[in-house]
Design a protein around this ligand. Structure first.
Ligand code: GLC
Length: 440
């Protein structure tokens, strides 16, 4: 994504979200129904999801912002659909791979900012079934394949639209829009009609993941979120709502999103406004630097690095949503497949220290993080420790036992004033050296 875009979004975020936060207060946690608590907990238990950015933009192989970044004419861009034929797309192959990687849910771009819908929507002919020679309902195929694998399906849905003439363009400078055709009521009705389809025709949906609201910062602009969120809850009471508005959660939102950074970090500049809330947290991250497929972006994080991010997210009490930008032929990039396999090997052995855990009672340290499930405290050593000794700042609880998670070898430890000192057999050399401690 271009520098311009990043700066633009940063600017937007600050003002628009501040206003929204002031106008719509987040639902108080104490008034939540048992059902809402349950679905939020289940979401937190899943810990690891796969994000998919796939649309006709993949044909230009330069990310999902290509239409905007290259100032493409919207009518010319739309003609890409006429050539979209992902001959090698196999939803089952994808979901099998995700499952084997240890993922528990999939978040799919049902419609991105370019306005192209990846399902058989009746709200516009600009969709995968009507506008492409492929003619198949990708969302439907994915929904079925996810169901078979026991993966929850979440839908990414863009509030912003670069294609429709009724969308009231905000700060997006490169988006061709004619004030004469702008019609917010019509666009709002269109979105709600689409959301109704997504929540009616594809079985139980785990979450709707909104994006693009930062296109409007003016205080008089009203996205009418309350009504839209209520519609979602009415159609599927167990569908969670998240919104990538780069700010603290508002209204009926069920989880808080962080883009490209773990909660509390802000290296990409999107999370400056976010105060970490009591809601379930989710960090989404690219494997390379691009969400949609890019033929030039080979800047992939290593498998080890991604595993450490996932583990650190869990230690920070957050889910990790790892992105893949499938190719236009329907295949996943080879680099992504390799990394998924490596993550899968790790999760097969160590998944029980991640799934269903929460951030541990020992906050993140220089050496790594902790996760916790009941009395089990999992100590994830991600960095070098001094002298083979690991200090665990813990005074509120007592430890009764510490062992290597890999083979159960008991470890010596001693109580000190400020916590526990654990003696490691040797300098940990693995991606994540895990100890299991039992809390009294
Ligand atoms: C940004 C981008 C978008 C991407 C999303 C994923 O908001 O605009 O292209 O889908 O981040 O987090």
């Amino acid at each position: 994504m271009g520098l311009f875009t990043n700066n633009m979004k940063r600017l937007l975020t600050s003002l628009s979200l501040l206003l929204l936060v002031l106008s719509v207060s987040a639902q108080s946690l104490s008034t939540l129904s048992d059902e809402t608590k349950r679905i939020r907990e289940e979401f937190q238990d899943r810990k690891f999801g796969i994000f998919l950015h796939w649309g006709i933009y993949s044909m230009l192989a330069d990310g999902e912002w290509v239409m905007h970044n290259r100032h493409l004419d919207r009518d010319e861009y739309a003609k890409l659909a006429g050539g979209f034929y992902p001959a090698q797309f196999d939803a089952r192959e994808w979901t099998k791979l995700f499952k084997e990687a240890g993922a528990q849910y999939v978040t799919f771009t049902s419609r991105h900012h370019d306005g192209f819908s990846m399902w058989a929507t009746k709200a516009s002919p600009y969709n995968i079934v009507e506008a492409t020679p492929y003619g198949k309902d990708v969302v439907g195929m994915l929904a079925e394949a996810c169901r078979e694998q026991g993966l929850k399906l979440h839908f990414y849905y863009s509030h912003m639209d670069w294609q429709r003439t009724d969308y009231p363009t905000g700060i997006c400078k490169n988006c061709p829009h004619d004030p004469a055709t702008t019609n917010w009521d019509s666009y709002y009705a269109f979105m709600n009609r689409q959301l109704t389809e997504l929540l009616t025709n594809y079985g139980p949906i785990g979450a709707i993941w909104f994006d693009g609201m930062w296109d409007h910062k003016e205080k008089e602009f009203d996205w009418r979120l309350e009504e839209q969120y209520a519609l979602i809850k009415r159609l599927q009471p167990t569908c969670l709502i998240g919104n990538n508005h780069h700010g603290s959660p508002i209204g009926l939102e069920d989880f808080q999103l962080f883009e490209q950074d773990l909660p509390g970090q802000n290296t990409a500049g999107f999370n400056g406004e976010e105060v970490i809330s009591q809601l379930p947290l989710e960090t989404c991250m690219t494997m390379n630097n691009t969400w949609g497929y890019s033929i030039t972006d080979k800047n992939y994080k290593s498998g080890d690095e991604l595993i450490r991010k996932l583990v650190t997210a869990a230690g920070l009490n957050a889910n990790f949503l790892l992105n893949i930008g499938p190719r236009p032929d329907g295949k996943l990039p080879d680099q992504a497949v390799e990394r998924l396999k490596q993550i899968g090997e790790f999760m097969k052995v160590n998944g029980s220290t991640i799934y269903e855990t929460r951030g541990g009672c020992v906050p993140p340290q220089d050496w790594g993080v902790t996760t916790q499930k009941g009395k089990d405290l999992f100590i994830h050593i991600l960095n070098k420790v001094e002298d083979g000794q690991l200090f665990l700042p813990l005074t509120e609880r007592k430890l009764s036992k510490v062992s290597m998670f890999s083979d159960g070898t008991p470890l010596k430890f001693k109580r000190e004033k400020e916590g526990y000192r654990i003696f490691l057999p040797k300098q940990p050399e693995t991606t994540d050296c895990i100890l299991k401690a039992t809390l009294k």
